[in-house]
Design a protein around this ligand. Structure first.
Ligand SMILES: *[C@@H]1O[C@H](CO)[C@@H](O)[C@H](O)[C@H]1NC(C)=O
Ligand SMILES: *[C@@H]1O[C@H](CO)[C@@H](O)[C@H](O)[C@H]1NC(C)=O
Length: 332
């Protein structure tokens, strides 16, 4: 049993004609069936050394931050274009038009798309008319990665093109007392990378969005929970490669949504779609159990360790008021 089934083109087609009357703020266009195999193979991916950035935007408060993150992405030679998926249905249209104008001043390769529904699944729509790269960077509007780490992550992805490459890791686990799958954090291993920022091959967007009956049922869980789209993507990929994701070590990664951030500003971090804390972990455990129930097996696999971009020095120790290599210290 495997996740790629018949693609439910007809059902999806009517679904997208109804829901996805996509109005890219500057490019009024109606999307055709995103799972259409012809589009998929005609518009063959042009670029394999660049990525498309797929960023979720939600918070009006965070627009200044979004603009700054968007400009650093688009100035990167690694980024071919950027799609900002606006997921907040309450944002007034004039504000979005203004944002779109501001974005177009930064670059004409940024597309702002108001999500037609609150479904988190639409985050992973393949959008073959816009995505022309072999890989995409999926990220939130509150995480900033420096260009060196981005370049490194893309290099790691390029030599592991079937894997998910991310910067934030979590785990599934079996709670032995209740014999239930749970969502947790292990200090020494991980099986899930978060969509706060991850790189994956564009092909997986098709697998996620166009997969048949089981995946359709799993996508329904995402809609019901309004959560867990990232966990489902981890299921899809782990099922494909029978291996865990790859975690990149970066010291410069800035997560404005992290509650440990110095700027403790509630309006900054409580507005994200999936930031309702408290029950968050329980909900995600529930999703893992549901996905497992539907699939009748557990595809998630553990990985160990982080990939870092330099061997670096082995550490400095203080000796006689001076810093020396600890190895020398031990020898000396
Ligand atoms: C757009 O840019 C103008 C000028 O910098 C700024 O005043 C306004 O707040 C911005 N609005 C949005 C939605 O980005
Ligand atoms: C948090 O940020 C918002 C938006 O920038 C601002 O209006 C608000 O005053 C800030 N609150 C605190 C406690 O700093």
């Amino acid at each position: 049993m495997n996740l790629h089934f018949l693609s439910y083109r007809i059902i999806l087609l009517s679904f997208f004609v109804l829901l996805e009357g996509v109005v890219s703020a500057r490019h009024g266009r109606v999307l055709t069936d995103p799972c259409d195999l012809d589009i998929r193979h005609n518009g063959l991916y042009i670029s394999s050394d660049q990525i498309t950035v797929l960023m979720n935007g939600f918070s009006e408060y965070r627009i200044p931050l979004l603009l700054s993150i968007a400009s650093s992405y688009t100035f990167s030679p690694l980024v071919s274009s950027m799609i900002i998926l606006w997921g907040n249905p309450l944002t007034p249209s004039p504000l979005l038009s203004q944002l779109s104008r501001n974005l177009s001043l930064i670059s004409d390769s940024i597309h702002l798309i108001r999500q037609p529904s609150s479904s988190l699944n639409s985050r992973f729509l393949p959008r073959p008319d816009l995505i022309k790269t072999r890989a995409v960077l999926v990220c939130d509007d509150d995480v900033e990665v420096d260009s060196k780490s981005l370049e490194f992550a893309l290099r790691i992805w390029a030599s592991n093109q079937d894997s998910l490459v991310g910067f934030f890791a979590r785990s599934h686990d079996l709670d032995l007392s209740t014999k239930e799958w749970i969502y947790t954090v292990h200090p020494d291993r991980y099986s899930i990378v978060l969509t706060k920022i991850m790189i994956l091959k564009t092909e997986y967007l098709f697998k996620y969005s166009c997969g048949g009956p089981l995946l359709m049922e799993m996508r329904r869980v995402v809609d019901e929970m309004q959560n867990c789209e990232d966990i489902l993507m981890n299921f899809v990929v782990a099922d494909e490669v029978n291996a865990g994701p790859i975690l990149i070590g970066s010291e410069k990664l800035r997560d404005y949504g992290d509650s440990r951030n110095e700027e403790k500003n509630d309006s900054f971090r409580e507005v994200g779609l999936s930031s309702r804390k408290g029950d968050h972990r329980k909900m995600r455990g529930f999703c893992i159990r549901e996905f497992h129930r539907i699939l009748k097996r557990m595809p998630l696999r553990y990985s160990h360790g982080k990939v870092i971009d330099s061997v670096g020095e082995q550490g400095l120790c203080k000796k006689g008021g001076k810093l020396v290599h600890c190895d020398d210290f031990l020898l000396g």
